[in-house]
Design a protein around this ligand. Sequence first.
Ligand code: SF4
Length: 508
Amino acid sequence: MSELSERFEPGVAKPAGEKIRCDACPVMCYIAEGRTGGCDRYGNREGHIVRLDALTILHHAEEEGGAVVPFLDAAEDWGGDLVNGGRRFVSAIGAGTTYPDYKPAPFIVSQEVEGVDLVTVVTEGIFSYCGVKVKIDTDRHIGPETATVRAKGEAVGHVTTGEYGSQMLSLGGVHHLTGGSKAEGRVTCETLMDLCNRKPVELSIDGGATVIVEAGKAPVIDGKTEHRMRVGCGSATIGMFATQWRGLVDEVVVVDDHITGVVSEHQAGKVLGWEDTGIKIVGRRSTPGRYFKVSEPGLGWGGTTISDPLEILGDWNPKKGARPGLSLMMVSTTGEQFAYFELDDELKPVEKPFPQRLRKSVDLIEDNCEPALCTVLFMAGAGGSLRAGVTENPVNLTRSVQGLSTYVTCGGAPVYVWPGGGITLMVDVMRMPENAFGYVPTPALVAPIEFTLRRDDYVRLGGYESEIRSVDDVLARGGEYRNARSASAAPPRNLWPPLAQLRRNGQP
Ligand code: SF4
C-alpha cells in the first residue's frame, strides 16, 4: 500500500472515551471524544483528529473582472458532486498543518492550465514570526514614534514612521508573541488574528490617542471617525491649488503639522505673480512659503494642536504689503477646517463670513481627498519547517520563490515577497477570504499559504511527487484530517493563482 493511500484510509478509530493526541502544532493536545483542542481548530470526532473548518475551495470567474458566482452556498459542505468545471483553487484555508513538517503538506494539488501542468502546495502555516503593519489614513497625531501600542493594556507593538497622510503601526512580532509575559503573548496573538480577520480592535498608544482599527474601514480616533485622507502637506496643497485662488483672495495659508504653506511666499505663488502681504508665520521657515513646527502635533487643524488658526500668525508688516482690507483664507490639508479673515485698520485679522467665491476651492481640496481607511498587511516569514512540508530540500523552495519560479499566495491572494534571504512576505488581508486566520496557543498565528509552480520544477526541487493529487480527488476524498469541503467565490481582483503563475512565467 502506498504511503498516500495509507494516509487517506479511514484508519482504525480509537475506542470511544479514549483521548487522542493532535499533532498539528507543538502544543500536542490530548483531545477527548466530541471535544476540541486548545485552538478550536481540531477536534476528536469518533476517534479521529478532524480539522473542523472546511477546506475552502475558491471559485474564480472565467474572465478577469467578470461577475463571480458562487457554485455552492458558502456554508454548505461539498457533497462530492463535480458540478462545476470552472476555475477552482484549493486554498489552504481549513487545509490543516503538518507541524513540524516531517511529512508532506496536507494537499499537493495538480492542475493543467493552458497545456502546462502546475502544482499547488497547500498548507496552513504556523507563524510565530509574524505581525501586521497597520496604515491609518489620518492627519491627526496618534502618538510619538516608537511609542508602545497596547491592546487590553498589554504591549502589542509600536508606532513607526508616519507616511504621507497616514500614521503607521507595527504590531506583533516574535518579541511580543513569545518574549513577554503570557498575557502579552495571548493578547498580541488575539489582536493580530482579529485585525487579520477584519474585526475592529481598540488600540491605545502611550502618550497618544485611542484608535479603533478595522481593515477596510475608517479609523476612529479618540471616539471621532476620520473621513478624509489629506490631499498633501500644506506646501503640496498650495502647489496644487494656487491657480484656483488667484484673483479671489490676497493670501492663503494651508495649516499643516508637517509643512504649513503660504501662497504669497511659495514658489507656486511667485510664479503666478502673487503680491507680498507682510504676513508672519510663527514657525521654522524651511524654504520660501514653507514652515515647519507651527505647532505641536495633535488632533486640531491639519494634525496640529491648533483650534484657532490665528495662533500661528505673528504681526503683519505694512512695509511688506500688509494693509487694511487685505483678505486671507486659512484652510487645513483635508479642507475640513477653513476660515476667512480681513485685516482691520490696526492690521489685525478679523473673521468674516466665508465668501461664496472661495467655496469651490475648498470643495476642490475636499474632493481631492481620498476616504480615510485602515489598511492591515499581514507580514510573516515562512520558516524552514513549513518549507520542509513542500520539499525535502527546503532551501530549494526559497530559491525558487526568490527566482520567481514559485508563485506564493495566501488564501489565493497575491503576496509581496521581500528580497533577501528567506520567504518573508506581506499580504493585504482585504484581498483574502474572510476569517482566513486562526491561531494556536503557543502562541502563534495560523495563516493559509499556497505555493504554485510547474510540476517539473516541483519535482526538480525535491517535491513530494507521489503526494500529488488532482483537484477532483481533493474534492471527492478530502484529506488526512477528514476535512469537510466548502466552496466560495474568490475575492474579486485576485487573478486565479495558476493563471497568475503562468503569466509570470511569460506564457501568453
Ligand atoms: S492547539 Fe490546536 S493544533 Fe495545536 S495540538 Fe491543540 S488542537 Fe492541535
